[in-house]
Design a protein around this ligand. Structure first.
Ligand SMILES: Cc1cc2nc3c(=O)[nH]c(=O)nc-3n(C[C@H](O)[C@H](O)[C@H](O)COP(=O)(O)O)c2cc1C
Length: 341
C-alpha cells in the first residue's frame, strides 16, 4: 500500500491490524498433514516495520508419519503462502524473510509490510483460498490441457519449486507400486496407526483433524492401484469407496533442489500456489504422499523420476464434484503473544 507501511499514524496502525488479522484467517485455511494445523502467528501492526510472524507449533508435529518434520514445515509454508495472498489482496506490498533467526528455530518466516504496489498475481488467488479443499473422490476422465499444465509449472517455479508430470504407464505403475509399498509399511507400524486414529477422532471442539465428510468410505470393495490414504478409521467415511486409479486425471510430483528446512517451507508455499491455481482453473486435487513418507520409497521415486531434485509432494489433479471444507481452529487459538522482552 503506497507509503502506508512506513508512515506512523494510529489510523494506519488500525488498517494494518485489520489486514494482518485477515491474513491469519486466510493462513489457517491452508492444507496441512492430517489437518494438524501446526502453526501460530504474532501480529505487529503498530511497530516499524509492521509485520506478521509465522511460527511452527511443534506440539502438533506428527512424529510417526513425519519423523524429520518435513511435512510439518511444509504445512506451515502453505499457511505462509495464504497470508502473502491475503495481504496482496488487501493492497499491501510485502517482503518475506524465511528462517530469519537461528536463535528462534520456531520462527519460520516474517512477512513485512512494505511501501509500494502489491503483487497482483498473488492478489488474484485470494478469491479461491476458501474454495480449495482436498478432494479424495474418483476423478472424471480428462486431464488439464497443455496451457493449464504450463500455468501450474509456472506457479511452482515462482516459489522455487518444479512440477514434474508423471507420464505414461510405466511411471504411473512405478508410483502406484511405491505408494502401495509405503502404505503397507505404514499400516504395519502401531505408532502410525495410533497417530492416524488420534487425528481422525478429534472432538468437534478441537477444530482440527480429518472428518468423515472428507474421506472415502472403506468397505473392502475398492481395489485401487494408487491407494488414497485410508482415513476411514471409524467406518463412517461419507465419500464413495472408489477413488479411481489416478489415470483419469493428471499426476504430478512437486520437487525442490535442496532438502532442508528452507526448501520444505518453500515447497509448502509452492504446493499452495499450485493448489490455488488448480482451484482457479476449476479443477480439484489431492495430495497422495505415502511414498514420500518412507525414506526408501522416496529415494526410489527420486532415482527413477526426479533425479537431482527431491520429491516433496505427489498431487492427483482432475475433475470431480466438490467436497466440503474441513474444520479449522479460529484466530484466537492461533495468535500467540510476543515473548517477554
Ligand atoms: C504435507 C501434506 C501431506 C498430505 N498428504 C495427504 C495424503 O497423503 N492423502 C490425503 O488424502 N491428503 C493428504 N493431505 C491433505 C490433508 O489431509 C488436508 O490438507 C487436510 O485434511 C485439510 O483439509 P483440506 O485440504 O480440505 O483443507 C496432505 C496435506 C499436506 C499439507
Amino acid at each position: 500500500m503506497a507509503e502506508l507501511a512506513s508512515t506512523s499514524s494510529p489510523s494506519f496502525d488500525l488498517i494494518a491490524e485489520g489486514a494482518l488479522g485477515d491474513a491469519v484467517d486466510s493462513a489457517v485455511l491452508a492444507p496441512s498433514l492430517h489437518n494438524s494445523q501446526p502453526w501460530s502467528f504474532r501480529l505487529h501492526p503498530a511497530v516499524r516495520p509492521r509485520r506478521l510472524d509465522v511460527l511452527v507449533d511443534r506440539s502438533r508435529h506428527l512424529r510417526a508419519i513425519d519423523p524429520t518434520g518435513r511435512a510439518l514445515v511444509q504445512s506451515v509454508g502453505a499457511a505462509l503462502f495464504n497470508a502473502r495472498v491475503s495481504l496482496a489482496a488487501a493492497g499491501w506490498a510485502t517482503s518475506t524473510c524465511r528462517l530469519p533467526d537461528a536463535g528462534d528455530p520456531d520462527l519460520m518466516a516474517v512477512v513485512q509490510l512494505e511501501d509500494g504496489p502489491p503483487d497482483s498475481d498473488l492478489a488474484a488467488l485470494n478469491e479461491v483460498v476458501g474454495l480449495r479443499h482436498t478432494n479424495r473422490r474418483s476423478f472424471a476422465p480428462g486431464a488439464p490441457g497443455v496451457g493449464e499444465v504450463a500455468g501450474l509449472l509456472a506457479a511452482a517455479r515462482a516459489e522455487d519449486a518444479q512440477l514434474v508430470p508423471v507420464l505414461g504407464d510405466e511411471q504411473h505403475r512405478l508410483l502406484a507400486r511405491l505408494t502401495q509399498v509405503a502404505d503397507g509399511r505404514q499400516h504395519q507400524d502401531p505408532a502410525y496407526r495410533a497417530e492416524l486414529r488420534r487425528w481422525t477422532n478429534r472432538p468437534a471442539a478441537a477444530g482440527d483433524g480429518i472428518v468423515p465428510a472428507a474421506v472415502p468410505h472403506v468397505d473392502g470393495t475398492a481395489r485401487e492401484d494408487l491407494p488414497v490414504r485410508d482415513f476411514d478409521t471409524r467406518g463412517d467415511g461419507a465419500l464413495p469407496p472408489s477413488t479411481g486409479d489416478g489415470a483419469e486425471g493428471t499426476l504430478v510430483l512437486l520437487t525442490t533442489v535442496r532438502d532442508d528446512e528452507e526448501a520444505w517451507l518453500r515447497s509448502g508455499e509452492a504446493l499452495q500456489r499450485v493448489l490455488l491455481e488448480v482451484t482457479r482453473a476449476g479443477w480439484v486435487a489431492s495430495p497422495l504422499t505415502q511414498a514420500l513418507e518412507d525414506a526408501q520409497t522416496r529415494q526410489e521415486l527420486r532415482s527413477a523420476l526426479t533425479w537431482d531434485r527431491w520429491p516433496q509432494s505427489v498431487l492427483r489433479i482432475g475433475r470431480a464434484p466438490l467436497t466440503p471444507g474441513t474444520p479449522r481452529r479460529p484466530r484466537p487459538e492461533v495468535v500467540a503473544e510476543d515473548p517477554p522482552a
